[in-house]
Design a protein around this ligand. Sequence first.
Ligand SMILES: [Zn+2]
Length: 312
Amino acid sequence: MATTALITHPACLSHDPGKWHPECPDRLRTVLAALEAEEFAPLLRESAPLAATEQLTLVHPAEYVDAILSIRPGDGEIVQLDADTAMSAGSAEAALRAAGGAVQAVDAVMEGWAQAAFAAVRPPGHHAETRRPMGFCLFNNAAIAARWAREAYGLHRIAVVDFDVHHGNGTQDIFTADPNLFYGSSHQSPCYPGTGYPHEHGCANNIVNMPLPPYSDGAAFRAAWMGTILPAVDGFAPELLIVSAGFDAHKADPLAQLKLETNDFVWLTRELVALADLHCAGRIVSVLEGGYDLAALAASAAGHVRALMRAT
Ligand SMILES: [Zn+2]
């Protein structure tokens, strides 16, 4: 079994986007509870640090970082940034820990104290653009992790793959003009945020989108990855694989209409681990994105982590 790091922080539970908001603290609680099972005892448990300003500004302009961190709602107060995205008193620290957790996951696999790392953090990140919070996201955790891998460790080619049911418009926007960053995504279409068409292919075919119609099942999902995204990752030959791991394509999820089952996420994770073995000396980093049915999220995240651990 490969050493796998689990990186999280209690501050990620203190981001409260509002009473009825689907991106609720119980999401992370239920994932962490599932990872308390005996089979996960071998996980190397680490506390997510605060991201440093110089890490955040690898993706976001300093003015944007300052603007987000200067929003300091009082206790019980919620500040809406857009219709879906809000901050509470604990949000600034949660966002810094979420980005810091993704950065530390890169450190874990690059420094070699873990082969795989899962950052169980919130708020999620893949909708956040360089200058715009969006879709429950404040900082783009996966994109920051990718740029950090280049900045701190001199990697040349880094891939982010995203199986969240929503297209990661933010990650695509950040990567599209950079031929050494790859972004591959399957997602429901039509669905929020309305981006992610196949003709959006980046400056060097470094963006690969596979939209799936509503009610697509696991077979369609596997075909999209087998036929298009996994071969594109293979061709790109990244030195590090980063996963935007959202579990809202599960059939039980209330936010979209794909029909995946837990085993579909396990299957894809195993395929990604195999690609990491082929190109990245086994290095694979995963960062939690969406997933809004608590039971499906917990079971799917547990299956994902089990596959990262290479447990059978
Ligand atoms: Zn999502």
